[in-house]
Design a protein around this ligand. Sequence first.
Ligand SMILES: [Fe+2]
Length: 185
Amino acid sequence: MATIRVPAQDRVLSEQKAVTEFLAAVGIDHERWTPSRPLAATATADEVLAAYDPEISRLKARGGYVTADVIDVRPETPNLEPMLAKFRREHWHDEDEVRFILEGSGVFFIHPREGEVFAIEVGPGDLIRVPRGTWHWFDLCAERRIRAIRLFQDASGWTPRYTESGVDAGFEPVCLGPSHLAARA
Ligand SMILES: [Fe+2]
């Protein structure tokens, strides 16, 4: 379940309806998905895509997405740090960033053109669509694990374009979920 944090206002939203409404007000789609059939933790990428086919097809039709894949990131993933470093600097893309989280967790920071920076912590079952052009950055939570479905309009549009604003340097990638609390204990 996604959690919103607005550090400048010391505000946290964790109730599903409040989260979805907060995000809708700034043009970010948030949904909760459940698989159309039971899905084992060992499911292959093809099995995952088949289980979520109705939701993926609906989004494809709505957003013009042409491809979907499954990304799997673990602490032992080669070149994990350089990969994360690319995405934890404020950037935007020429296409939407659409992610459905299957396992693990991460945090998107969103920098609206007007208004305070806020963080969206996403976990299993969360679908998020960050529209093209949105200033944002991303980091993984402490367990360094995420498995997610990605949808693309045109994979070449997904290259990060950096704002070089330096705003990202003022925020810690703090996650509020159980894994974070466990990691701190
Ligand atoms: Fe991004």
